[in-house]
Design a protein around this ligand. Structure first.
Ligand SMILES: [Zn+2]
Length: 152
């Protein structure tokens, strides 16, 4: 198969798994990680089932790939997902070292069903003091926040 045919194959698999997940009453998202043409991790959104708000399909696929490969370093792997990753999942993808990914439905297209990812991308582009979630540095004068980095 050509690269384009492989991409279509993996994306179609994500869409099928996402539809199956939705049919089971879960959120309609699925993702997988592929390395050298081999499926090394796969996941579906399990937030409703687990009450784990980080249970997005991309997170589960990354966890499965890391477990399968025995490393959290996933450079050289490729991520496929039914929808463009939300900012949380994109952050996890950056932590993994993956540098290539493909999605079926864009964040803008997904907004017709759920506009939170689109809102978050816009929000994160704002200065910290302009965001809806208030995050303020609050280090006491007698605490060295760099100390944990020097231990070990
Ligand atoms: Zn996500």
């Amino acid at each position: 198969m050509t690269d384009q045919q492989w991409r279509s194959h993996w994306i179609a698999r994500c869409i099928e798994r996402a539809a199956d997940n939705a049919a089971r009453g879960q959120a309609p998202f699925a993702a997988l990680v592929e390395k050298d043409g081999i499926l090394v991790g796969e996941g579906v959104n399990d937030v409703k089932a687990t009450q784990d708000l980080t249970g997005h399909a991309e997170i589960r696929a990354l966890q499965a790939a890391a477990d399968h490969l025995g490393t959290r370093r996933l450079a050289g792997c490729v991520l496929y997902t039914s929808c463009e990753p939300c900012p949380m999942c994109l952050g996890a993808i950056y932590w993994s070292g993956i540098t290539e990914g493909y999605f079926a439905l864009s964040v803008a297209e997904q907004a017709a069903f759920d506009d939170l990812p689109e809102f978050q991308y816009a929000e994160f582009g704002r200065a910290a003091h302009e965001r809806r979630v208030r995050m303020v540095q609050a280090t006491p004068d007698d605490v060295d926040p760099r100390r944990p980095f020097r231990v070990g």
